[in-house]
Ligand binder design. Sequence first.
Ligand SMILES: [Zn+2]
Length: 296
Amino acid sequence: MPTRRTFLETSLAAGAALTSTKLLTRSSAPRTGMPHVSPSLQDMGTTAPTPPHPPFPVHDYHVHLSPTLTIDQALALAKDRGVQIGILEHPGPGYPINTDADLQHYIDKLRPYPVRIGLQPVYPGWSRAFSKPVLDQLDYILMDALTLPNPDGTYTAIWQIDTMVDDAEAFIERYMQFIEQILTTEPIDIFGWPTFLPVPIARHDADLWTTKRIDKIIDLCAHPKKTFRAKKIAIEINELAHVPDENFIKRAKQAGLKFTFGTDSRNQNAAHFYYCYQIAQRCGLTEGDMFVVKEK
Ligand SMILES: [Zn+2]
């Protein structure tokens, strides 16, 4: 597992070419300097006005604590920005949570704070490492499909800038299979980073995300297995990657899916939204469209 992962953020507005690329980080390593800030922060002090806080309670359900973001710092930022937060940690090899005892410790440590407590698994089959009574104490589980299994048993982290894609069609077929696996075999509440594409093929966004593929993802989220925690899997609107786009959100809303906002932050970007507020406004999302995580 790389400890420091950098990737190019791609602007994935519907049908848009790669209009801007910005270096961002999905890293737990402390960073210095300012190149790795979200568009919202880059826009501060310029002419682009920050979209207003929506007229409903806002939650950032994708905050990672790190050496650059303690729980107290995260709570202070959230209070400042009028947002409530949910904390995520990764389980599995290379990450801090591997046993029931680890998971229990993580939950117990956060429970005194006014935050929702979540888990962001990366590898398929992750839940087998934990017992149900401990898993059931988690407020929510968010999973994305960005750690793509390879036929040889290794994984490709498709958010990394050096991700190679030889054949875009072959890639999207494999990606769709993995998305289906995540949405049908893993007990999750929120699907993170929907429709993110690796940098080399991001400009083919409109061709690769056909209506058929989009509707397949939406249908899988709308009809999870009966054994799942959630009646419907919510869609994360991801501040860092600017996904999904307006078309996807409108179709998902039509299908009765609910949404969450997530910064995927490990620093002062926690609870700071630009894309999420803008796209929510454009898609007419209301309080009733938002998924609210209940405390267990
Ligand atoms: Zn994350």
